[in-house]
Design a protein around this ligand. Structure first.
Ligand code: PLP
Length: 417
């Protein structure tokens, strides 16, 4: 009875696979897995449960996932030089919930990056933080909009004595002043969480700041943006075991029950790829982001943070107000198979969220397909032809992308076909 419907769904999945392989994908929060990691999406683990910790499960039948999970946790501790790793949150938001639910008591003051300043929805009043407190204070930012104002923030921490400081954001061009603010946080008994959802792969590759070493108590993250893993979340820390026990309970049963064992096993494979190729990958991603920013600037775009060298991460922010704003520009680009998202920029009010001035670009996925500086210049040229000259560049985009189909920084070539 549903045969037609199933076939239609299968067709849509195939169309998605085929279409995205023709696109220049520049969404800053996405990436692709290697062929070897992706192949395990359909393993038996996709059907199983394993609540609890390896060796202490509430379910039977978990011996293989126990070994995989233990090894993954050890590898992450080695990679990030920390004593605790929690891998059960099934997304970055679940990781944040695990932490926020244990560290924020009713209506405690909490400091975060504002939404126009790049903060993630889970840090705000309609997201996870907002479930535990309404007392949410935005960091003061500097005139360029992309940096926290350290002196003003120090004064504010002394004045309001926040229980929690949340660094990290979704529009994330430069490192956060963790080291600069760590002492004043300790003095005022504020815990520091660093949300590394976007930059986890750059931290793993040692090309961005090291938040734990600089003074953060906890790092939360997604595992599928610059860290090119399966879609999951994690928490890392060096806190004492009493503190860590609270986070452990926050992860399970606080914010998850079953922890999606198939994607966990895939993450174990992806983490080996990061261990082997992560440093070179992170270096290449940042070099590509800088190259694309410079090329877009030369092509006539208003690229953010020029006076600071545009970016030190995988992202580039562009003000496209003079081309009718981020919504129209992102739609036009998508019609030409260049996929990215519209984004609020730091100078904008929150009410602009659906019609913002900005677009946000991430180069981490195209870097993984092997693109370098020359290709970044080509992407800038295609974007200029599409957005400024109003030309149709779809065929050219598809032709250009066809040469970049294999996932690099992986062990795929050793797997046979
Ligand atoms: C800073 C930040 N934190 C958390 C998240 C949420 O991650 P997830 O989508 O894995 O729940 C995101 C998502 O993009 C993010 O940008």
């Amino acid at each position: 009875m549903y045969e037609d419907k199933i076939r239609e769904t299968e067709r849509l999945i195939e169309q998605q696979n085929e279409w995205r392989s023709r696109c220049i994908n520049l969404i800053a929060s996405e990436n692709v897995m290697s062929r070897r990691a992706r192949a395990h999406a359909g393993s038996d683990f996709a059907h199983r449960y394993a609540e609890g910790h390896p060796g202490e499960r509430y379910y039977r039948g978990t011996s293989f996932i126990d070994t995989i999970e233990n090894t993954l946790k050890s590898n992450l501790k080695m990679l990030f030089e920390c004593t605790h790793s929690e891998v059960r949150p099934i997304s970055g938001t679940n990781a944040n919930e695990a932490v926020f639910s244990r560290l924020i008591n009713h209506n405690n003051p909490v400091m975060v990056n504002s939404t126009p300043g790049g903060g993630h929805i889970s840090h705000h009043k309609i997201g996870s933080v907002g479930k535990f407190t309404k007392n949410i204070i935005d960091f003061p930012i500097t005139a360029d909009g992309y940096h926290i104002d350290v002196d003003k923030t120090k004064d504010l921490i002394h004045a309001v004595k926040p229980a929690l400081i949340v660094f990290g954001k979704s529009l994330f061009l430069f490192p956060e002043p963790v080291r600069e603010l760590a002492d004043v946080c300790v003095e005022n008994k504020a815990n520091i969480v660093y949300d590394a959802a976007h930059v986890l792969g750059l931290i793993a590759g040692k090309q961005f700041q090291s938040p734990l070493e600089e003074g953060a108590h906890l790092v939360t993250a997604s595992t599928h943006k610059t860290f090119f893993g399966s879609q999951r979340g994690l928490v890392l820390s060096n806190v004492d075991s009493a503190f860590w026990r609270k986070i452990d309970r926050g992860a399970f049963p606080g914010s998850s029950s079953n922890h999606h064992l198939n994607t966990l096993a895939q993450l174990a494979i992806c983490t080996y790829e990061v261990m082997e190729f992560g440093q070179q990958y992170a270096r290449d991603v940042i070099a590509n982001a800088k190259a694309l920013a410079e090329a877009l600037d030369k092509q006539g775009f208003d690229v953010g943070a020029k006076e600071f060298g545009y970016t030190e991460s995988h992202q580039v922010a562009v003000n496209v107000n003079k081309f009718n704003g981020g919504e129209e520009v992102s739609i036009n680009l998508e019609m030409n198979d260049i996929v990215l998202n519209m984004n609020l920029l730091p100078h904008e009010p929150l009410r602009n969220a659906t019609h913002p001035d900005g677009i946000r670009i991430g180069v981490q996925e195209m870097t993984r397909f092997g693109m370098g500086k020359q290709e970044m210049e080509k992407i800038a040229e295609l974007m200029k032809e599409c957005v400024i000259d109003k030309k149709n560049v779809k065929e050219e985009v598809n032709r250009f992308r066809s040469a970049f189909q294999d996932v690099k920084y992986s062990f795929d070539s050793q797997a046979g076909s």
